[in-house]
Design a protein around this ligand. Sequence first.
Ligand SMILES: Cc1cc2nc3c(=O)[nH]c(=O)nc-3n(C[C@H](O)[C@H](O)[C@H](O)COP(=O)(O)OP(=O)(O)OC[C@H]3O[C@@H](n4cnc5c(N)ncnc54)[C@H](O)[C@@H]3O)c2cc1C
Length: 403
Amino acid sequence: MQGYVKGKPIFTSINNVDNQYPYLTEDLETDVVIVGGGVTGSICSYYMSKNNIKSVLIEKGRIAHGSTSVTTSLLQYELDENASDLTESIESKDIVRAYELGIHALKEIEKFVDEYGNRCDYIKRDTLLYTAKNLEKNSIKEEYEFRKKNGFDVEYIDELDNPYMFDLKAGLLSKKGGAEIDPYKFTKHLLEVSKKKGALVYENTDAKKIEYLNEGVIVHTCYGYKIKAKKVIVATGYNTSLFTNKNFGTKYSTFNIATKPVKEIIGWKDRVLIRDNSDPYNYLRTTNDNRLIIGGEDIDFKEIEDEDIALKKYSILEQRLKSMFKDIDDIEVEYRYCGCFETTKDNLGYIGSDIKNDNLWYCLGYGANGILFAILGAMMLSKLYYNEKDEDMRLFKVNRFDN
Ligand SMILES: Cc1cc2nc3c(=O)[nH]c(=O)nc-3n(C[C@H](O)[C@H](O)[C@H](O)COP(=O)(O)OP(=O)(O)OC[C@H]3O[C@@H](n4cnc5c(N)ncnc54)[C@H](O)[C@@H]3O)c2cc1C
């Protein structure tokens, strides 16, 4: 996707991507039209079909080649920032609720895998939030106490009991607080299951104009064909300009490198999902074929076009990875890529209808938990279709920051 993803993404490179979908060659009528064929749109397609709502998904390029091709796919219930840093934007009880919803979304992914098979390298993982700085020990302790008090399964790690190879002054381990997947395989599997349940999927089909009617919408596509539906779901990731001029959050570019498979993963106990407490933070995971991925070094989004900056960031990430895991002596970087990432003041995404237009719905997984928010969004929107109100949707309201 022009400007939003750069470099050579790991997940569309290591997977077989030959299974293409057709482009739209007729007018259609359906219940819901989903615009955007990344992981979010595909999750929406799955939940619509699961709930007997007819849907048509259109993707302007290729399925899962946008942000979905580069997501590190760390699935964690926690938010980008620690609870104590968020209290100006969101009440503590709502942070707790957001954590609980994250756990709920993780279980939904597990249910999908249990029901349809694990074809996306899904693995449940503990997650580690840590600091290598004495100054930040308190911040980790505070977050640990917040979670402990609110009933989450967490463990505090002191520097004297550090089981990892890298320097750690304090750590917070969330037991079974996360999971990892291959986002490309997950997206394709979701669509395969949705299609079997009757969902329609088209790629190379750009939504050009949305016509809003009293009783629904008409989506005009690039070759002149139209899709009439009761609702349109915006699942276009970080580019929503076709639907609104609203500025939803703050855009950054975030950088990732992925190594070739290494012989042995040493000093990375249980292959936990790792995030440090820095601002901007670094995040790390392994893959089932023994690759290491490290991301971070976020900068203002406008700089994504600057190749020199990207090269410097990749080099910093490589040095950091090598210095964290000194005993892994065959670290060799194979993929370098970056992409747009957008976050909000309260670290939550946007789910629900446009404030002025009941037929325009958003499912935007902004923040570090994009994929989990997409799960929650798709579930909530499929209830909304039947006029059932989900109380938790208030947390993700599209106009919550409007004055
Ligand atoms: C380097 C990096 C690391 C990340 N790591 C994580 C992580 O660890 N965990 C996490 O949860 N999130 C992470 N994210 C965020 C993550 O990418 C998102 O959560 C998720 O992949 C976004 O998926 P999406 O489907 O919403 O967007 P996309 O994959 O971008 O899909 C949107 C699609 O809409 C299509 N589209 C746009 N306009 C139109 C139109 N007019 N007509 C038809 N189609 C259209 C686009 O072509 C695109 O394919 C990361 C992001 C980056 C860049």
